[in-house]
Structure formats: structure tokens, C-alpha cells
Design a protein around this ligand. Structure first.
Ligand code: NAP
Length: 254
């Protein structure tokens, strides 16, 4: 196998939540690997990833949509197909966290988090897979899970439930679509330095406890996901189905 198997040349991708954070890093990595990449977020204005994708010589667009609204999913997939002509790669990355003790956990936190972190992942995967199945050339769906797909976490019951669900959904969809040439896999990041972990990193005691447990000795950076994401969306991973690849500096092995 040549290194070309790790390229994404000629592929059309959509990365949800690529306005900033891990999604932005994945979107830029895809463009550098040769793909056109549609970017998305809630913010009405595009983030820096779009400019970086254009600088890499690839096509892009920005689509603002709140994934807490189930109707937003179809608009996002249709926009990708109308801009690029097809959708070959979908990365379900957009996500939120809401922290509160379980006994007081507000119902609104639960409903919003499950809608964005789990329900939208299913709807977007279903809509993208319909296009991939119709075109008949397969595709790649990559879900961003978490180490909390395996662990319960503290003060984050909805997040742990949703991310556990994302890992299971990854396997369920892979079982149905593997024979049709669609790879469904997930990455489970560990503790990464993005806005979603600001509260943890601002809490000196919690931040120190976390850091002491990471064998790599540092928080992850968004760019740490690039290699795994490109691999799982390239033909180099054509026989990888239903896998949850942990990228956590060794956290879960400890
Ligand atoms: P982040 O920096 O907070 O970025 C989240 C992204 O998701 C933003 O682009 C945001 O758009 C978008 N988003 C959030 N809610 C949305 C909604 N309702 N509708 C549409 N877009 C929405 O977080 P991150 O760390 O990059 O997280 C990305 C993914 O990785 C999430 O699924 C998260 O659970 C997962 N993850 C993160 C870590 C970590 O340590 N950072 C660890 C494990 C898993 P706007 O910018 O427009 O708000």
C-alpha cells in the first residue's frame, strides 16, 4: 500500500462544529490531505478554518445551524451536496457539555445535550448515508466520542450518557453499512485544551489531578486528532468498521 491511501484528494467532507476547537483542526487537516471541506457552527460568522482551507487550495463554505433543532440537520447535508456535488465524508464533531450534580441536573440541560450530542449524530449520519448509498461509491462517517464513552465522569451525566450512546451508535451503524462501503468509526479524545474544557483547566485542583493522570504529561491539542481523523476518513482504513479509536495521551490505559 502506498502513502496515497492516506490522502483525501477529490473527496468532499463536512465537519460539524468546525467553527472552532477540535472540529476546526480536523477540517484544516482534511483540506491539507486534499479534501474540500464544509464548515459549520452555531455562530453566524465563519471561523478561521475556512480561510485556512482556501489557503490549502480547497473549496469550502460555512453553514450556521443550531443542531439542538432537529430540522437543522437536513439543511446542513443538502448544503454540502449542493456546494460540492456529493458528500463522501461526514464528521459528527459538534458537541456541548453541561455540568451539574445529578440530583439537581436540570431537564433543559439533559434535553439540549442529548439533542446536540446524540440525536443530531444519528440524523446527520442517516441523511449523509442516504446520499452515499444512492451514489454507490461508499463513504466515511466519523463520530467524535470521548473517554466518557467508557467512563462516567463527574457532574456530567447527560454528556456521559450521550457519548456512551455515540460509541454504541457507531457500532450499530457500522454493522448495517459496512457491506455497502460506508465506514462508520469514532475517535474518543481524552482531555483536550479547547473551550469545552476551560472550566476544568481554570480549576487549579481539578486541572492538576487530570494532568497528573495523563501518561503523556500534557493536555491534548486539537492538532493531536489530525492523524487519526485523516486515517479513519481515508482509504487506508477501508477495512476498519465500528472502531472507537482512543486518542487520549494514555489516560484510559492508566
Ligand atoms: P468547542 O471548542 O466548545 O467547540 C464546539 C463546536 O461545536 C463549536 O464549533 C460550536 O459552534 C459547535 N456547536 C456546539 N453546540 C452546537 C449546536 N447546538 N449547534 C451547532 N454547533 C454547535 O469543543 P471541542 O472541544 O472542540 O469539542 C468538539 C467535540 O469533541 C465535541 O463533541 C466534544 O464533546 C468532543 N470532545 C472534546 C474533548 C475535549 O477535551 N475538548 C474531549 C472529548 C470529546 P460555535 O463555535 O458556533 O459555538
Amino acid at each position: 500500500m502506498s502513502l496515497e491511501a492516506f490522502q483525501l484528494s477529490g473527496k468532499n467532507a463536512l465537519v460539524t462544529g468546525s467553527h472552532r476547537g477540535l472540529g476546526a483542526a480536523i477540517a484544516v487537516a482534511f483540506a491539507k490531505a486534499g479534501a474540500n471541506v464544509g464548515c459549520h457552527g452555531r455562530d453566524p460568522k465563519p471561523g478561521p478554518a475556512c480561510d485556512e482551507i482556501r489557503s490549502a487550495g480547497r473549496k469550502t463554505f460555512y453553514f450556521a445551524a443550531d443542531l439542538a433543532n432537529p430540522k437543522a440537520c437536513s439543511g446542513l447535508i443538502e448544503k454540502t451536496v449542493s456546494e460540492f456535488g456529493s458528500i463522501d465524508i461526514l464528521v459528527n464533531n459538534a458537541g456541548i457539555i453541561r455540568r451539574a450534580p445529578a440530583a439537581e441536573y436540570p431537564a433543559e440541560f439533559w434535553d439540549e445535550l442529548i439533542a446536540v450530542n446524540l440525536t443530531a449524530v444519528f440524523h446527520l449520519s442517516q441523511l449523509a448515508a442516504r446520499h452515499m448509498l444512492e451514489k454507490g461509491t461508499g463513504g466515511k462517517i466519523l463520530n467524535i466520542a470521548s473517554v466518557l464513552s467508557f467512563q462516567g465522569g463527574v457532574l456530567v451525566p447527560a454528556y456521559a450518557a450521550a457519548k456512551g450512546g455515540v460509541a454504541q451508535l457507531t457500532k450499530a451503524l457500522a454493522n448495517e453499512w459496512a457491506a455497502k462501503g460506508i465506514n462508520v468509526n469514532a475517535i474518543a479524545p481524552g482531555y483536550m485544551a479547547t473551550d469545552i474544557t476551560t472550566a476544568l483547566r481554570d480549576d487549579a485542583a481539578r486541572s492538576r489531578q487530570i494532568l497528573e493522570r495523563i501518561p503523556a504529561g500534557r493536555w491534548g491539542e486539537p492538532s493531536d486528532l489530525a492523524g487519526a481523523a485523516v486515517f479513519l476518513c481515508s482509504s487506508a482504513s477501508d477495512y476498519v468498521h465500528g472502531h472507537v479509536l482512543v486518542v487520549d495521551g494514555g489516560w484510559l490505559g492508566r
